[in-house]
Ligand binder design. Structure first.
Ligand code: MRU
Length: 346
């Protein structure tokens, strides 16, 4: 299944090969990232994107810097990579892991390479578990609404929200997916439709303003996450909050699917999550053609916060947390930081 790999580290060349997502679905082109600057630019320009994948890319970016075997330049590269995009906590989480290793390592390249591989492998495995647990939410012939791309293109594995859908398909449940196009960069229309149809899933793309019209037909809405606060408030692609409100109005269960690396246990609520503001050109132009009056100003936040009250549950590699709240997330935090790393249902 899947038939593509969004990122692959090439040890011989100490470079990363990425599928350039900015060109999909028109062109399937691969690009070599050979320097820390290449990795930074690819993340910032969203040639690779999705919270877990940018964490993995940044980890390998540190490996590229480790070729020097000089701790100062490795730390400098790590700090630089963190600044590529601010909202997804997976980026700073992965970089912190790499820095923690670098600081105590005597064999920098070898140890950092091992850690980046571990981060990648854990992400792949988390997706599998999320898929397994989340598929319990899906009944036969379910209609599911998704937003943005929380799939194999956004992770090292089968994806989070889409991983659940792929797993349900493997269980012969025949899920049918409605994908919001996800203005302004169209990750839903361009990327999610590409990977779902490549994998034989019945897919309908709708424009974002059609979500309220189609929601009453849905059995479920599932989205990914870029950062989840201690109380369960969740940052995800702009438009997610609106979708959650529409789902609640129509009595459609709204779930978030995310690995533990997307939780920020250091912040209390979504108010503390930094929201990335992107260039106005992303909205002012469409296909390089100006579509907004010159005098009009532009607002372009890349993410919004869905309050926890609108979220029916969060699917992680540890199980499904129904009606998330601070107490349950505190318990999850202990599970992560404690010695028991066994995967178990919550
Ligand atoms: O700006 P993007 O395309 O990186 O935004 C991605 C999302 O919002 C995803 O839903 C999120 O990162 C989860 S990916 C498994």
């Amino acid at each position: 299944m899947l038939g593509f790999q969004p990122l692959k580290y090439n040890q011989g060349a100490n470079s990363i090969v990425i599928l350039d997502q900015s060109q999909l679905p028109e062109k399937e082109t691969y690009e070599h990232l050979r320097t820390v600057d290449d990795v930074y630019n690819a993340i910032r320009d969203m040639k690779l994107r999705g919270a877990p994948l940018i964490g993995v890319a940044a980890a390998y970016g540190v490996v590229i810097a480790a070729h020097s075997e000089k701790i100062d330049s490795i730390v400098k590269a790590a700090d630089y990579l963190i600044s590529a995009r601010p909202t997804a906590v997976n980026l700073s989480w992965a970089i912190k892991r790499m820095k923690d290793i670098a600081i105590k390592s005597k064999n920098l390249f070898k140890d950092l390479y091992k850690e980046a591989q571990a981060i990648e492998q854990e992400d792949r495995s988390a997706c599998q578990y999320i898929g397994q647990y989340g598929s319990e939410l899906i009944k036969a012939d379910a209609k599911i609404m998704v937003h943005c791309n929380a799939g194999a293109l956004a992770t090292s594995g089968i994806g989070t929200a889409l991983g659940i859908i792929y797993t349900a398909k493997d269980q012969n449940k025949n899920p049918v997916v409605y994908v919001c196009e996800t203005r302004p960069l169209l990750q839903g229309a361009r990327l999610t439709s590409w990977e779902l149809t490549k994998n034989g899933i019945e897919t309908y793309v709708i424009s974002d303003n059609m979500a309220a019209t189609y929601m009453p037909e849905m059995d479920l809405a599932i989205v990914g996450a870029d950062r989840i606060a201690l109380n369960g408030d969740t940052a995800n692609k702009i438009g997610t909050r609106g979708l959650a409100i529409i789902a609640r109005y129509n009595g459609v269960p709204f779930y978030v699917a995310a690995p533990l690396s997307s939780f920020d246990f250091n912040i209390e609520t979504g108010n503390e999550i930094p929201i990335e503001m992107r260039a106005e050109g992303e909205l002012r132009k469409f296909n390089d053609k100006i579509i907004v009056a010159d005098q009009a100003m532009i607002c372009n936040p890349a993410f919004d916060i869905t309050p926890v009250d609108l979220i029916n549950g969060i699917v992680t590699e540890k199980g499904i947390m129904e009606q998330p709240n601070r107490m349950k997330i505190e318990k999850l935090k202990k599970n992560v930081t404690g010695s028991n790393s066994e995967t178990q249902a919550l």
